[in-house]
Ligand binder design. Sequence first.
Ligand code: ADP
Length: 541
Amino acid sequence: MQGLMADYPLTIDRILEHANRIYPHKRIATRLPDGTLHRYTYADLYGRVKQLANVLRSLGVKPGDRVGTFAWNTYQHLELYYAIPCSGAVCHPLNIRLFPEQLAYMVNHAEDRVVFVDATLLPAFEQVADLVDCVEHVVLFNAGEDRKTHLPNISLYETWMADADDTYEWAVTDENRAMGLCYTSGTTGKPKGALFSHRSMVLHTFGGNQANALGLVETDVVLPVVPQFHAMAWGLPYACALAGADIVMPGPHLKPEALAELIVTERVTLAGGVPTIWSELYRELKGHPRDISCIRTLLVGGSAMPRALIEAYEKELGVSVLHAWGMTELSPLGTVSRLQSNHRDLPDSEKWDVKAKQGNAAAGVEMRIVDEAGNELPWDGKTVGEVQVRGAWVVKSYYKLDSDPEHFTPDGWFRTGDVGTIDPYGYLTLTDRTKDLIKSGGEWISSVELENALMAHAGVLEAAVIAIPDEKWGERPLAVVVPTPDMGEVTVQALREYLALKVTGFWLPDQIVFVEEIPRTGVGKFDKKLLRRQYAEGRLG
Ligand code: ADP
């Protein structure tokens, strides 16, 4: 017997309609490239999204076409996040921090027909445009009078918008149509495209807004520092509209002092970003104290949040940290580390241990760990296995890659490539990525645990650990360390003695190399692929 409930397509326009109906007056602020603050409301956003949908039609964009964006977090980028999918096309945010060749690969692979570009990024985009031939139009926003370009097919966003009608009937009725396309940044290989559907993104938005997950509410003022060009800004642009939360967009102003100012003046209650952003902000606040306790949730993911930094935020700054794990392939939310009631009586230090874990699967995501033969492993907090997930907002295959046993199991689970344990309360603790694990004499060494142990030392600002080939053991760990400025000299000997108290003997890195800076990928993660190459070429150690 079939149920008798309405066919109500889960499409992105439903989110925007809700925001416009219930929260038309709520605010969206953007720090523009020129430093000024642009302000408008959800009602303004709504009208402009309809205009933009008409612009897309005038540009010849058809349902299913891919439309690229090359931009900071701004209100125009937000308009694109809605207008592109709600007009039936596919929003493809391009990561501005990648190399032109990598970007050209993605633009060509996606066959983007139109790309919307923030004028401040035009010089970078020109280098990409020179390498691709599918892009018919480049549309610029935040453009001054004096822009110069050799690109032929360029036009101005506001010129189009000035002529566009603000009546438009939303074009999508099939919730399974594609709405967004994001490529993994290729930290571990060639970029691969995750193609989200309206249904998967709407369910991700509901899932993310559960009180046990990110729990956004109407009284929130949300600062997405996580870029819109990375994993759909963790879905925050949709989550905010569904919750009716105010949005504060930082534009290109991502330096810690600019973020601190925005947090204080806009009274931000929830800010989301990768650990590097928060470690820089912490250092800034140590030097120039400001009260940021208006933040009720500091959302952090993308790489492991060092426990020491969680403690620093909670103990010294009065800011509660919410550590989440996700992947582009999961839209991206996977787990959230909230304390359960059984943790209530723990001393703070043990609470921070829990918060440093990656946490519980958000309801809507199923998770398991398996051994190399694919057998499910126990949730005992000790047994290490590959993390696999499935759920309504998890990929079932990559864009244009049909048969793919490396990433998908025969019984329909996605193989994340992450490795970890799950404890009896369901908390995932990642110990590594399969490709970053170190196998020494047949035993695994976790690069992440070594990094965390090193970073807990006051003299260590940052640490990345990689596997290096070893004749006897197969692989051995090498630690690359950035010393904390002004902490006096820290020696290899001192670090080895310190580590020896925290990890078992054979885990101790054979070499510890001091550097000024650890190279990062386009999304701000340690670039271990590059570190391994530097080592192979004799440029490390
Ligand atoms: P990529 O780094 O491959 O471009 P993503 O940006 O989607 O892709 O990153 C996903 C990966 O980032 C995860 O598989 C995991 O290794 C890492 N990651 C994300 N969040 C966390 C976290 N909270 N702790 C540790 N690692 C994380």
